[in-house]
Design a protein around this ligand. Sequence first.
Ligand code: FMN
Ligand code: FE2
Ligand code: FE2
Length: 397
Amino acid sequence: MGAREIRPGIYWVGVNDRATDLFEGLWPLPHGVSYNAYLVVGKKAALIDGVKAHFTEELLANIAEVLPPERIDYLVVNHMEPDHSGSVPHLCRIVPRAKVLATQAALPMLERFYGISEGVRAVADGDTIDLGGKVLKFFHVPFVHWPETMATYEEAQKVLFPCDAFGGFRALGGVLFDDEVDISEYEDEILRYFSNIVGMQSKAVLRAIERLKGLEVAVIAPSHGLVWRGDPGHIVKLYARWAQMDAAPEVTVIFGSMYGFTARMAEAVARGVAEVSVPVRILDAGRVHVSFLIREAWKRRGLILGAPTYDAGIFPPVEYLLRLLERKRLGGRIVGLFGSYGWRGGSVEVMRERVEALGWELVDAVAFPGAPTPRDFSRAQALGEAVAHRVAGTAAA
Ligand SMILES: Cc1cc2nc3c(=O)[nH]c(=O)nc-3n(C[C@H](O)[C@H](O)[C@H](O)COP(=O)(O)O)c2cc1C
Ligand SMILES: [Fe+2]
Ligand SMILES: [Fe+2]
């Protein structure tokens, strides 16, 4: 895309990645992702964040549109995850006189990831660096996304560079700013990024929002996705809502099934939800990648899980989902469970234990042998209705 000025003397010099299939080797990228890096130019110049190693040449070409890369005085490493820090070793070779600025906690990582220990300076929380016409101020925001993470704020232009916070999946399609797009088209991929990548650090996200609240911010320039200048408050509001586990009064039904018995029950469960006019979405855990399942579970307050018994436990795709939801520390769900079994069962019981351990509210659980009978279908429908009523805050008829 080339360099683009976002405020006087501040340039986006990042790259769009449409070639990587899996972010962190795990999360699909059907719409790509951007690694946003920014050049802040005063009398001195600083590069904030970076790109995945593979894209360093493109980053350098973008920088060269603004100034010769050799003129960079500071490399600000807000976060050590290699989707941003991957370009640091190459940049250090090209600009050996540039100082690397990072938190104290990042220094051992710089050494272990890239063998970089020279020309590095730790910045304390609240430290400032005067670039001449531009002033960078550093705020430690541990665990957004890793323990070493910080955010950088440019005082003259009031631009906040919060790295992973307020970012999203989806490469930038010829645009850069929130006011150039229909945000609703980006929101799903922002939530998928939030729930998959930073959701498990929701408490740290809320702490960071609280910490940065006093700052006057004209532009939020994260390290992935849109730059927020039209309405920076919008992305903060979205992140705060998701981090507080605030969700829509709707229901997600996620099931797995080998031979269709549990799948048929899922239809009846969803029918029950729809019967009381609560929006519902059904997903097959065996076919929809877990990355999207996590997002859908984050989106709605009601979560009904269906899984047949498999080797005395939960059918694996649903077990994997539950494991990841536990890791991502999703909270505050109103839950129903169901599943078919062949002889002794087990899946619904194991799911019940997991759900109780997570502190979710369990409304009801229905285990049934083999094919669902008319009685099982009516229990399934009642389960859907009961969860929907709890979610909507309405009384059962
Ligand atoms: C590989 C495999 C392992 C299974 N393990 C168990 C088990 O440990 N206990 C049990 O009660 N049923 C077990 N079953 C039987 C299924 O739970 C049963 O057929 C169920 O009705 C399948 O529901 P579905 O049509 O939704 O896949 C197993 C089935 C398969 C294929
Ligand atoms: Fe990260
Ligand atoms: Fe990142």
